[in-house]
Design a protein around this ligand. Structure first.
Ligand code: GDP
Ligand code: IMO
Ligand code: MG
Length: 431
């Protein structure tokens, strides 16, 4: 069979975890291929909302192997906490079920410290990172000074590498007059973490190819979203990894011929955490309305940092850019229920830049920052759609909203989600 790529099509937090949890039921392997614990993917188990950060959201399907691919940067401290937490919820992440690719990179305490310091020093130019050390970890990888996960298999050599990492990080911290890391304490902590996770090491790429040869499905669960991609997002207000479909190939070690479906997950509106241009952002009451007050677990507050997310109307220009750079074969539209009761609805179909209209997504974040959205208005609906289970259950105006997304992006909407429960995702056939 083949790889199904499941990708965020906006600025992250589109509901990837929710959809991955549903699709994982048919996958032999669910693998993350990029990023680290900057991600926060929510799945709903009964009444409980569980968040994954490094472990793919397939964790709760006992038949699926959960894999952390080569393109990731893995903080073993966070992983230990997360595995304990998920196991408390019944995930049973034994070494047989959770595999760490030997070629994935380790995100270490020096990376976290340097991320925090550089963010603070950027002042008003801060990116608004999650301060999880993502940028510095990928910097080390590209500079070829990083530590790969496979190194934890050899305790003595690993101890020396951790020591060298701490020394290197401390040189940087000292220069910035920041507190240094404690080498002794970290050495013993990381020796214990290495011992714990060494049995999880695997050649994930080989596992993926073996599954494909057996005719099984591999679900590649993206983190972040297309507009946070290091190359094609709103640089420099992006993350440091390849979030798009291309990242699946390099992050797992599979060729394009294996990828049968490229599914983009898009929210029915837009959100963004952290800094950077966001043309359709709503700073007034409608923004608050879309965000929610935090009284619902699905309200727009960061799954990783708890920060209130910036919110705005659905940006079709940006979504079409995502569809192009990802080569999306289908879209899943989430949180349609949140649009209930808004009249009229607005979607951005073009930008105005210095009085010129464009329907192309600018490649320069500064230009994007000066774009103002050109909206089309659509009629809303007032019916509660949370119990809809097929397109015909939706009001005509909700179906028209979905059709608007399809016709502008030229990508079919294959599924719609009208609530956080697994049962609230249904196929949008007939469009
Ligand atoms: P991810 O990072 O893309 O996995 O998304 P997050 O988990 O960070 O944020 C999405 C939030 O929306 C979570 O709280 C989900 O439970 C919730 N969610 C997903 N789909 C729907 C939906 O269709 N309706 C509602 N109300 N909530 C949803
Ligand atoms: P999921 O997988 C939303 C954002 C940060 C910041 C920028 C860079 O849950 O969709 P980083 O810590 O990666 O260096 O921060 O990227 N960001 C996310 N925003 N969802 C995420 O993940 C994100 N991961 C990073 O807020 O703007
Ligand atoms: Mg998230």
């Amino acid at each position: 069979m083949s790889v199904i790529a499941l990708l965020g099509a906006q600025w992250g937090d589109e509901g990837k975890g929710h959809i991955a949890d549903k699709l994982a039921a048919e996958a032999a392997i669910v693998a993350r291929y990029n990023g680290g614990d900057n991600a926060g993917h929510t799945i709903t188990i009964g009444d409980t909302f569980v968040r994954t950060h490094l472990v793919p959201a397939g964790a709760f399907h006992p038949k699926a192997t959960c894999a952390l691919g080569a393109g990731m940067v893995i903080n073993l401290r966070s992983l230990a906490r997360e595995v304990d937490e998920l196991n408390r919820h019944g995930a049973n992440l034994t070494p047989d079920r959770l595999k760490i690719d030997v070629a994935a990179h380790l995100l270490l305490p020096g990376h976290v410290a340097l991320d925090g310091v550089s963010e603070s020093r950027r002042g008003t130019g801060a990116i608004g990172t999650t301060r999880r050390g993502i940028g510095p970890a990928y910097t080390d990888k590209a500079a070829r000074t990083g530590l790969r996960a496979g190194s934890i298999a050899n305790p003595d050599a690993f101890a020396e590498m951790v020591w060298a990492h701490v020394e290197r990080a401390n040189v940087g911290l000292r220069e910035l007059f920041e507190p240094e890391l404690e080498a002794d304490a970290l050495s013993s902590e990381y020796a214990a973490l290495a011992k714990r996770f060494a049995p999880h090491l695997a050649d994930v790429t080989a596992l993926v190819h073996a599954a494909l040869e057996r005719g099984e499905t591999v679900l590649a669960e993206g983190a972040q979203g297309a507009l946070l991609d290091l190359d094609h997002g709103t640089y420099p207000f992006v993350t440091s990894s390849s979030t798009i479909a291309g990242g699946v190939l390099t992050g797992l070690g599979v060729g394009p011929k294996h990828v049968a479906r490229v599914i983009g997950v898009a929210k029915s509106f837009c959100s963004r955490v952290g800094a950077g241009p966001f043309p359709t952002e709503l700073r007034e009451a409608m923004g608050d309305r879309l965000r929610g007050t935090g009284s619902n677990p699905w309200d727009e507050f960061g799954s990783t940092t708890g920060r209130p997310r910036r919110t705005g109307w659905l940006d079709l220009v940006a979504l079409r850019h995502a569809a192009r750079i990802d080569g999306l074969t289908e879209l899943v539209l989430t949180k349609l229920d949140v649009m209930t009761g808004i009249e009229p609805l607005r979607v951005c179909r073009a930008y105005s830049y210095h009085d010129q209209s464009t329907a192309d997504f600018p490649r320069d974040a500064a230009v994007l920052g000066e774009c103002t959205p050109v909206y089309a208005e659509l009629p809303g609906w007032t019916e509660d759609i949370g119990s809809a289970r097929c397109l015909d259950d939706l009001p005509r105006t909700a179906r028209a909203y979905i059709e608007q997304v399809e016709s502008f992006t030229s990508v079919p909407v294959s599924h719609v989600s009208v609530g956080p429960d697994r049962s609230q995702i249904f196929p949008a056939t007939g469009n």
